[in-house]
Design a protein around this ligand. Structure first.
Ligand code: NAD
Ligand code: 89V
Length: 343
């Protein structure tokens, strides 16, 4: 297989997972890295043996010599860096959240479309092994037509020590974590026509909301609830598991804590262990997320080589990002928001 050459921008907390995963991916290697912080550049460059190091992304694009850019910075720089990739005719992966606003995200999709380059959002949660197992069961018609769902992420895990910026933004859980849960809801039950949300802050030590409950009307007629919390202290901490309940005309699917999948239908009940693999470089409890990073990056390479659209292309992710904006709007105005009108 021809090796694609990649350049990674942003050598922070999460990029370490992406670099490990690039080592595992078939068909691509990282040949250059960039971070404006020299300390981070040295840590990642030394750990992964990357000689080409840049503090300025413009300088890295000017030198070229790579087939794609993997943007792993925080959201503030996403639009500028994606547009830089487009100007240089380089396909790009952009970490979630895609952009600061929906209009920025639309401009980014447009820039890449005009440049004729692929754009994928690193929205990895739909690639988690347990989520894939739920989607597979539904596709195999295990429960007939689904009419109701719940996608739930409730935790008391301290995410702030690894990612201090999460405590500082005006927006927190919907933008950072709910975005994944909303994407899973779309992936499993299809696109959303309207949405109603409530949000609140329980932890006084942070700026943004850490609890949200969102009611989704799916275009296929199903209703679902997305509920997310970082203020939920349980006897057994579930981080970072997304729990899923689906009711269909002919049965039910339950993905419960401990990666246990239960399917009930006319043939009885089957229970499966759908735990993610613990990769050699991974660590619990993050291994579920870490495995999905490898899966989405392999998908990037495979689709790029085939010249086919990615599952979480920029265009697809506009529909997830719109749910985030709609949720904030709905919670602030206490009204139902027409999501289709936003796209
Ligand atoms: P971080 O702050 O630890 O790292 C970001 C790095 O980017 C920093 O080292 C910073 O110096 C660098 N940077 C910022 N702007 C730059 C620019 N213009 N040019 C060069 N370098 C620049 O952040 P993080 O926790 O690693 O998060 C990065 C992104 O990953 C965020 O968007 C976050 O939401 C996302 N994330 C995704 C997942 C997931 O599962 N998909 C999990 C955690 C974080
Ligand atoms: O996946 C993420 O974006 C992370 C976390 C799981 C901690 O919310 O920020």
């Amino acid at each position: 297989m021809t090796e694609l050459k990649g350049a990674l921008i942003g050598c922070g907390f999460f990029a370490i997972n992406q670099m490990h995963a690039w080592n595992d991916v078939d068909g691509a290697d990282i040949v250059a890295i960039c971070d404006r912080d020299p300390g981070r550049l040295k840590i990642v460059g030394d750990q992964f043996g990357i000689e080409r190091r840049y503090r300025d992304a413009e300088a890295m694009f000017a030198d070229g010599g790579f087939d794609f850019a993997d943007i792993a910075t925080t959201v503030q720089s996403h639009r500028a860096l994606v547009e830089m990739a487009a100007r240089n005719r380089v396909p790009a992966i952009c970490q979630k959240p895609f952009a600061k606003t929906l209009s920025d995200a639309k401009a980014m999709v447009e820039a890449c479309r005009n440049a004729g380059v692929a754009l994928m959002v690193h929205e990895n949660f739909r690639w988690q092994t347990p989520v894939q197992a739920v989607r597979k069961a539904l596709a195999a018609n295990a429960i007939g037509k689904p009419f109701w769902g719940r996608f739930s992420f409730r935790s008391g895990y301290d995410v702030f020590s690894g990612q201090p910026y999460l405590a500082e933004g005006e927006r927190f859980i919907i933008e950072d974590l709910g975005i994944h849960t909303l994407d899973i809801a779309r992936y499993i039950l299809g696109d959303v026509s309207s949405l109603t949300a409530r949000a609140e802050r329980v932890n006084p030590g942070i700026k943004g909301e850490d609890v949200a409950t969102i009611l989704l009307d799916h275009e296929n007629g199903a209703t679902s609830v997305v509920d997310v919390s970082y203020a939920t202290k349980l006897s057994k901490e579930p981080f970072p598991e997304t729990l899923i309940e689906l009711d269909g005309a002919e049965g039910t699917i339950r993905l419960s804590q401990g990666y246990r999948l239960e399917i009930t239908n006319g043939r009885g009940t089957t229970t499966m262990d759908v735990s993610p693999r613990l990769l050699p470089w991974a660590s619990r409890p993050w291994h579920n997320i870490q495995e999905s990073v490898g899966a989405i990056q392999q998908h990037w390479v495979d689709q790029l080589k085939r010249g086919e659209e990615h599952s979480t292309s920029g265009a697809d992710n506009l529909k997830t990002f719109a749910l985030v904006e709609a949720a904030y709007d709905s919670a602030a105005q206490r009204k139902t928001v027409d999501v289709k009108a936003m796209l």
